[in-house]
Design a protein around this ligand. Structure first.
Ligand SMILES: C[S@@+](CC[C@H](N)C(=O)[O-])C[C@H]1O[C@@H](n2cnc3c(N)ncnc32)[C@H](O)[C@@H]1O
Length: 189
C-alpha cells in the first residue's frame, strides 16, 4: 500500500493515528526485543499496512502463529492479501482478543505487539486491555507498545512490574517503545 493510501486512511479514520508506517530503524529496534528463534504465539494490535506483521512472519519459525487485530477495513483488505498459514487477520478491535483466543483454544501467548492509540480508549478500557494482555502472557512473555509513552505510563505500571523504555529518533514522529515483561508468579512459601 502506498504512503498516499496510508495518508487517506489517516484522514478518513481518526483511529489510524499516524501518517506513515513505522520506519526501518523503528522496526529494527522493536524486533531486537523479541526472540523469534523458538516457536511463539504472537498477537499484534493495529498492524495497519502490515510492516511489522511482514517482519514478524519473516523471522518466525514455521510452527509459530501470528494473530492480528485491525479495525480499519482498508488495512484489513491489504493484510488479507498476505498469504501465510501462520497469520490470522481479525477485523476486530484489540479489545476482542480474549474472546478470539478462547474461540481458537489458545490459553496463553508469548508476545503482544501493539501500535494502537491507547489514548483514544477510555481509562477503564485501557486498564482492562492491559490486564487481559498481562493475564494471557506466559511468564517471561512481553507486551511491546510503540507510541507516545505519556498515555501508557500509569496503566502500564499498574499491570506490569517490569517496564523498560526505548526511543528511536529515526522515525516520524520519534518512536517510544515500551517493553513490559510478565514476571513469573512467586513460588508459594
Ligand atoms: C499508528 S497505526 C499502526 C502503525 C503500524 N503498525 C506500523 O507499524 O506502521 C495504528 C493502527 O491501529 C488501528 N487501530 C486503532 N484502534 C484499534 C483498536 N482498538 N484495535 C485494533 N486496531 C486499532 C488503526 O486502524 C491503525 O491501523
Amino acid at each position: 500500500m502506498s504512503t498516499l493510501r496510508y495518508i487517506k486512511a489517516f484522514i478518513s479514520d481518526r483511529q489510524v493515528a499516524s501518517i506513515t508506517p513505522t520506519s526501518p530503524f523503528g522496526l529494527r529496534k522493536l524486533l531486537r526485543l523479541l526472540d523469534l528463534t523458538q516457536r511463539v504465539d504472537i498477537v499484534e494490535f493495529g498492524p495497519a499496512t502490515g510492516v511489522i506483521t511482514r517482519k514478524l512472519l519473516g523471522a518466525m519459525t514455521a510452527d509459530s502463529r501470528l494473530i492480528v487485530f485491525e479495525t480499519n477495513p482498508d488495512f484489513v483488505e491489504e493484510l488479507r492479501r498476505i498469504e501465510d498459514p501462520r497469520l490470522a487477520v481479525h477485523n476486530l478491535p484489540a479489545q476482542a482478543m480474549r474472546g478470539v483466543l478462547e474461540e481458537r483454544g489458545i490459553t496463553s501467548i508469548d508476545t503482544v505487539v501493539s501500535g494502537i492509540p491507547f489514548s483514544f480508549l477510555k481509562p477503564h478500557e485501557r486498564s482492562s486491555l492491559l490486564r487481559d494482555c498481562r493475564d494471557l502472557l506466559r511468564p517471561g512473555g512481553k507486551f511491546i507498545a510503540y507510541q507516545v509513552y505519556g498515555h501508557l505510563k500509569k496503566p502500564l505500571a499498574s499491570a506490569f512490574n517490569n517496564v523498560r523504555i526505548h526511543v528511536e529518533l529515526l522515525n516520524l514522529p520519534p518512536l517510544v517503545i515500551t517493553e513490559s515483561v510478565r514476571e513469573a508468579e512467586p513460588e508459594p512459601a
